[in-house]
Design a protein around this ligand. Sequence first.
Ligand SMILES: *[C@@H]1O[C@H](CO)[C@@H](O)[C@H](O)[C@H]1NC(C)=O
Ligand SMILES: *[C@@H]1O[C@H](CO)[C@@H](O)[C@H](O)[C@H]1NC(C)=O
Ligand SMILES: *[C@@H]1O[C@H](CO)[C@@H](O)[C@H](O)[C@H]1NC(C)=O
Length: 472
Amino acid sequence: MKILLKLFFVALFAVTWSEVIADCRGKNVEAPVWNPVYTVKGILYIPYAELEEPFYAWYDSPNKESRIDYYGGMVKTYQLGNSGPYGTSLKVAPVTTETELNAKTCLQVNGSSEITIEPQSVLPSLVGFECTDLSCSAFPGPGDKHIYTFNPMKEFVHPTTTSHVDFEFDKFKTKHDKQYVNVLENERRREVFRQNIRFIHSVNRQHKGYTLGVNHLADRTELEMKALRGRRYSGVYNGGSPFPYTYVNKDKLPAEFDWRIYGAVTPVKDQSVCGSCWSFGTVGAIEGAFFLNNGHQLVRLSQQALIDCSWGYGNNGCDGGEDFRAYQWMLKHGGIPTEDDYGPYLGQDGYCHVNNVSLTAKITGYVNVTSNNEPALRLAIVKHGPISVAIDASHRTFSFYSNGIYYEPKCGNKVDELDHAVLAVGYGTINGQDYWLIKNSWSNYWGNDGYVLMSAKNNNCGVMTTPTYVTM
Ligand SMILES: *[C@@H]1O[C@H](CO)[C@@H](O)[C@H](O)[C@H]1NC(C)=O
Ligand SMILES: *[C@@H]1O[C@H](CO)[C@@H](O)[C@H](O)[C@H]1NC(C)=O
Ligand SMILES: *[C@@H]1O[C@H](CO)[C@@H](O)[C@H](O)[C@H]1NC(C)=O
């Protein structure tokens, strides 16, 4: 939820500043102080995901409570600092199963000694802001730093004379449009950022064959990055058909392959702050199969429909899922709608409304590619299009991956060690090392334009453990 907080601020910044500036004009006044109890509404912009989420928030500092509703109350979240030893958070969201449509369902998460749950303030602290110039007419830009001084953050005062970390942090914040609610949060994020860039530089000095970069996740804690994965392993047989080829001769296949060149892959998407990776892997595989079976038509299919509607098969919306559960739902309901028909991705659990739209990509079944078999996965890619794969993405090296062939010796490759779902769209060899070309769903800012080359050696990180494709 901390992540959401700073995104809020992006939304509110303009409003807040225009108020401050209006107050400043022609007089010398103090920065406003927010009431300890307030309500506010606005729109949360998440640029990478092309998301605009309307919200309404209540904040009650004396009672240590807050509530934030999204999309007109479709999803309601409560942060209760006084409930239980470490606070409690509640989420009320619509859940659609095979027997119920959009039943309001409450999910409770208790705080712990590691993460205490506190009320979320949406408005930024303006302590330290001063208005000293009577003619201030615009937001302070590079040329008019003297108008506002905000000493605790040193932002508008001496941006270049501070330490290297501060300099990098400022650059990072500008590049990714990050603003934090208050000085404390800024300090906390700077510390997380400092640890992350130390890690990034230290890995890069080791010349591992791949490099890390300071991407948009560099101010996030490991716990927050965990929320970006969201493959939930249930330990059951997935119901897939066996791979129909017994022996595959690797030498008879193209030495390298990339479905992007043929136009079978939609642009990289962003799951935002929602553990819906499973829906992106699934949808990528279906978009590819649809392309191959429908005269090379590339259409964007709807992740949101799977998030909203496939609970009955064991998926949990933004709290995780598995590809085969989405396939099973599609088999029962006769396909999946296009994004145009169903509506845009929301980054939240939403109301299921598939009954009102046409379902486009009808599937007839799904197949398990032979596990841990490099020629088999290569053949599957060439013959059947992009393949949904599960991987172990739990290492910090993955979060900050930028270039080269990713190989992480700490990675697991057993089914129960795989926590993220992605899409294999090709393969190849660089300097004698075989790799899989993998599309992620963490926006273009992550990795190599949203993609990663993952080593095929020793089934590293489990790319070859549970690959699946659909038949049409
Ligand atoms: C959270 O704590 C309450 C008691 O305060 C308990 O009844 C509930 O089961 C706990 N929920 C979870 C998910 O641990
Ligand atoms: C996929 O299917 C094969 C045989 O059809 C089975 O052996 C394998 O366990 C299945 N994989 C999963 C992840 O259930
Ligand atoms: C579906 O359409 C009907 C009639 O057009 C409407 O009454 C209903 O609210 C719609 N349902 C959803 C979930 O959008």
